[in-house]
Write a protein that binds this ligand. Structure first.
Ligand SMILES: [Zn+2]
Length: 341
């Protein structure tokens, strides 16, 4: 692969901040996962401030926000919070901002709804259904039980979810600090993820949609067994292609970088490689669990299991949708994928 990102800024320690473009301040926070950090953005906005994404709902995140807001913004106020998507490392402290500043939450409607579905625990937290789904797809007892334990431990990651939202939509242009920012929505990693592009500054806040080093998790969930999130992810790439090559990309993980077009090509090639391997492997009927080791060279433990399973299923369903694989349930109750002859 040809991609080499250009990282124009030095490494930032947790709690440090850096102005990476006029009026845009980078805040870096730890996360309690294997993916151990997140980048957040504090934007000057007239007499107030706009925050992009919040960090996870733990005391350390709130301390870093208090400190960073004190240093950069004289303590606030933060009138607007824009969340790229519903995942708790991005939305976890929305309620804290609302309580502290009366902040208004801006996000896409599907992400806001998905957050409320998650918090209500009606569907997404039915871990027995998750386990059935994984078992049907060939997962071992050890993995399904481990998954349940891991998920139970992270079941309440939100401070409090705001009841109201100001909806943002694809192609909408909003003004932050007197400058126009274009909303670009995309699926795959989550349903209606929002990135923000400012042509005047040539800056793209990419969220989790485009990351410079790791590839965003693209997972199939039990709630949408016929879903095709990988296709939605690829389709979103076209919406970024008009942006200039030298755009400064501000991603949620790793570091600000230049080279977005090369990175999109690289991500497409990475997934294509996995699609080719999965298709080859399914010359004989295979469960999704059988396919995992051919797609992931690293050891998959219970923590990574649901990501690996979701990602594998996303690749398999993509191949089903395009007609290269067929999916059927055997007499043993297991779902298998087989290459179309
Ligand atoms: Zn995410």
């Amino acid at each position: 692969m040809s991609y080499t990102p250009d990282y124009p800024f030095p490494k930032l320690e947790y709690g440090e901040t850096l102005e990476v473009a006029p009026g845009i301040h980078w805040v870096r926070m730890p996360l309690p996962f294997a993916l151990n950090h997140i980048n957040l953005w504090l934007l000057e906005d007239g007499d107030s401030w706009t925050v992009i994404d919040t960090g996870y709902n733990v005391e350390r995140s709130r301390e870093i926000w208090d400190d960073s807001l004190g240093k950069i913004a004289g303590g606030g106020p933060v009138d607007r919070l824009i969340c790229t998507h519903f995942h708790p490392d991005h939305l976890g402290l929305a309620g804290w901002f609302v309580e502290k500043f009366g902040t208004s939450l801006w996000m896409t409607y599907a992400e806001w709804l998905q957050a409320h579905v998650a918090v209500s625990e009606t569907v997404t937290h039915d871990f027995d259904r998750w386990v059935d789904f994984y078992r049907d797809n060939g997962a071992s007892e050890k993995m399904t039980l481990g998954f349940k334990e891991v998920r139970e431990a992270f079941r309440d990651p939100w401070y409090r979810l705001p009841e109201t939202v100001r909806r943002i939509q694809d192609n909408e242009v909003i003004t932050i600090g007197g400058r126009a920012w274009h909303i670009i929505t995309g699926g795959g990693h989550s349903h209606e993820h929002a990135s923000l592009w400012c042509p005047e500054l040539n800056v793209l806040i990419s969220g989790d949609q485009i990351l410079p080093r790791i590839s965003s998790n693209i997972s199939l969930w039990y709630t949408e067994p016929d879903g095709d999130p990988l296709r939605h992810y690829f389709e979103s790439f076209d919406k970024f292609r008009h942006i200039p090559e030298d755009v400064l990309v501000l991603p949620s993980h790793d570091y600000p970088f230049r080279g977005m077009h090369g990175r999109l090509d690289d991500l497409r090639a990475h997934h294509q490689e996995r699609l080719d391997v999965a298709l080859e492997f399914c010359a004989e009927p295979q469960t999704a669990a059988d396919v995992i080791p051919s797609l992931f060279t690293r050891e998959i433990g219970v923590f990574e299991f649901s990501f690996a399973m979701g990602e594998t299923l996303a690749h398999l369903n993509y191949l089903v949708t395009e007609g290269s694989l067929e999916r059927h349930m055997g007499d043993d109750g297991l779902i298998r994928y087989r290459r179309v002859a």
